[in-house]
Design a protein. Structure first.
Length: 264
């Protein structure tokens, strides 16, 4: 492995930038490649088979081309469905993203936790396993909020997110039995932390939000400990589909330290 070997971060869109920011804070000297599968956005409304085939295929091509030292699947939906398959076919270390149910269960005072994710994430048996393992004796209320993915993509581009989408997501949790007692919300999509401010206004000041970005960053730092880093060029974003005219996206990527954009 060369000192300039990149850390590759993969997401369906811009949500993984929240993970990139936390990782860069711990590993500022690393070389990063950020991959946004925008052509297939959103993942949450696709079947498990579609997502698994696409993620495995894309990461296989990217690993062969860029020889990353580590791959982070910075997407809850892709991780809960395809993480095991990707680990089976690639020799590169893989870090996934899973709903932060464990820290939420440790944080809640009321015992009622809300979880916002995509439809594909919310229905995964893996979430059932996390609940059984870490939230015994607690109440976990889930709501699929795919509209928040679009809202987050808009906000990152400097547009106003749809307030109706925010309100609908919050109502989807609050309207469930026990929903009025929610004091902790798991943001089980890497897009959703981009909307923390808007969600906080709708939920109220007594609700805490938890996502996995910091934990993922710590895991990446641990797995790359003692490794040497050099950055041969500015960091690279790879976008599926045509983003050549998306100037707002280009500006947002620059804000996250990415100076080059390529199309896959």
């Amino acid at each position: 492995m060369h000192d300039s070997s990149p850390i590759l971060m993969f997401d369906s869109g811009v949500g993984g930038l929240t993970v990139l920011a936390e990782t860069r804070a711990l590993l500022p000297g690393a070389h990063y490649i950020y991959v946004a599968d925008s052509a297939a956005l959103p993942y949450g409304d696709k079947s498990e088979a579609e997502i698994a085939a696409r993620v495995c295929g894309l990461l296989g091509r990217l690993a062969e081309r860029y020889h990353p030292r580590l791959i982070c699947i910075a997407c809850n939906t892709a991780s809960t469905i395809a993480l095991g398959m990707v680990r089976e076919v690639l020799e590169t270390p893989i870090v996934g993203t899973v709903p932060a149910i464990k820290p939420a269960a440790e944080t809640t005072q009321s015992g009622v936790i809300g979880l916002l994710g995509t439809a594909a994430t919310v229905r995964q048996p893996y979430v059932d396993q996390l609940e059984a393992q870490f939230a015994t004796g607690k109440t976990l209320l889930r709501h699929a909020a795919p509209e928040l993915v679009v809202a987050a993509e808009r906000k990152l581009r400097g547009e106003q997110p749809d307030s109706a989408a925010i309100a609908a997501a919050v109502a989807g949790l609050r309207s469930q039995p026990g929903g009025e007692r929610i004091d902790t919300v798991v943001l089980a999509c890497t897009h959703f932390p981009l909307l923390t401010e808007e969600l906080a206004k709708e939920f109220g000041a007594d609700v805490a939000f938890i996502d996995g970005a910091q934990g993922i960053a710590r895991r990446i730092a641990y797995l790359t400990r003692c490794q040497a880093f050099t950055r041969p060029d500015s960091d690279l974003a790879i976008i599926t589909g045509d983003a050549s005219h998306d100037t707002a996206l280009h500006r947002a990527l620059q804000h996250y330290g990415i100076g080059r954009i390529a199309r896959l």
